[in-house]
Write a protein that binds this ligand. Structure first.
Ligand code: ADP
Length: 371
């Protein structure tokens, strides 16, 4: 019998990432990215051209960034789901509209298959109110659905489950901090498998310093730029999304290049890195306090999986908090899930490759099997 496969699509503002995989075995059959997308029907045609046989394909999984307060379970897509995702566009103007275009075209191409939306916000839907609420006027917050939604949830959940497997302990018994450090970056605090805090908020702009986003800022900056520097809302938004973070400060979005600049004596690159690390350490400290101590801290995504200097600088000097890195393990070139703390470190520090596509594909099968 042909194994069941799922096509996972991640339709972004300028690219469509895809992977065809067999969720039960974890086997990847094909993956790739179509870049500089302006026409989603052409982009999807390119995806289908690149795929091997679709025998065994049972569903198409779509990554959708924002599910708002109504959509959080992996959801079989019908016209109602599409209408709801459309209504949520103002909450995620850069992300949800392209996801919808991808969904629309994929449904046209594969009308007989179930299409399932998996939301980046889902894992954080049940954050405790104390972590989810902003301390602003309650009536306004309720009217406009303003709360901390959190993002990268598929990754935080997957990585925390993998961390528990790695440690050979039930996820329900562990306090965890997960640091998802890619172009976008977010931290989460997880108690017994349930997220209790996360660094991204109403939008993916809050929290850690990222490739091109600055994370936490004083909201007063926005009014000041609008009123006094006479920047438009669009200009401010573009600056905060695309010309901030390590790129805004140091002129580089890729950490490999940032390190080269630092090594060449570039002061701006050095301060960009310092601000990045400072913020990361602050969140680790905050989440240790939120959780009342953690069993494990896990690094994941492009920077987290590959950049030993970031991992060292984020956690160095924290022996008094129970964190003892093993630098040989930290710098070892290894792509598998691994421990980088010393054996006697009270807190285990792990590096675990994230795999959002596999997690989405598994969620799709769970939806099918529950039908
Ligand atoms: P995205 O948020 O786009 O999914 P990724 O998780 O793929 O991002 O992370 C991409 C980032 O990872 C790159 O911009 C780069 O900064 C970083 N990165 C990738 N490989 C390395 C490496 N070998 N060393 C340091 N940083 C790396």
């Amino acid at each position: 019998m042909t194994a069941r496969s799922v096509l996972v699509l991640n339709s972004g503002s300028s690219s469509v990432k895809y992977e065809l995989l067999e969720p039960e075995s974890g086997t990847s059959l094909a993956d790739g990215i179509v870049e500089r997308v302006t026409d989603y029907s052409k982009a999807l045609a390119e995806v289908f051209d690149a795929l091997p046989s679709l025998d065994g394909l049972v569903a198409v999984g779509h990554r959708v960034v924002h599910g708002g307060d109504r959509l959080y379970r992996p959801t079989l897509i019908d016209d109602q789901t599409i209408a709801t995702i459309k209504e949520l566009a103002p909450l995620a103007p850069l992300h949800n509209p392209p996801a919808l275009l991808g969904i629309t075209e994929a449904r046209k191409a594969l009308p007989d298959l179930p299409h399932i939306a998996v939301f980046d916000t889902a894992f954080f839907h049940d954050l405790p109110a104390a972590a989810a609420e902003y301390a602003i006027d309650r009536d306004i917050a309720e009217q406009w659905h303003i709360r901390r939604y959190g993002f990268h949830g598929t990754s935080h959940r997957y990585v925390s489950e993998q961390a528990a497997l790695f440690l050979g302990r039930p996820v329900g018994d562990l306090n965890q901090i997960v640091l998802h450090l890619g172009n976008g970056a977010s931290a989460s605090a997880i108690r017994g498998g349930r997220a209790v805090d996360t660094s991204m908020g109403l939008t993916p702009m809050e929290g850690l310093v990222m490739g091109t986003r600055g994370g936490d800022i004083d909201p007063g900056i926005i009014m000041y730029l609008w009123r006094t520097a006479q920047m438009s809302v669009e200009d401010i938004e573009t600056m905060l999304n695309r010309r901030s973070g390590v790129y805004g400060l140091g002129g580089e979005v890729d950490f490999r290049e940032l390190h080269k600049k630092i090594d060449a004596g570039d002061a701006a690159a050095r301060s960009a890195y310092a601000v990045y690390i400072h913020r990361l350490r602050k969140y680790v400290g905050a989440y240790l306090a939120v959780l009342g101590g953690t069993d494990v801290i896990t690094f994941t995504a492009g920077v987290g999986e590959n950049d030993a200097a970031v991992r060292r600088d984020a956690l160095t000097g924290l022996q008094s908090l129970g964190i003892e890195l093993d630098e040989d393990r930290n710098i070892a070139k290894d792509r598998a899930a691994r421990r980088i703390s010393a054996d006697d470190s009270p807190i285990s520090v792990l590096v675990i490759p994230t795999n959002e596509e596999l997690a989405i594909a598994r969620s799709c099968l769970a939806v099918l099997d529950a039908r």
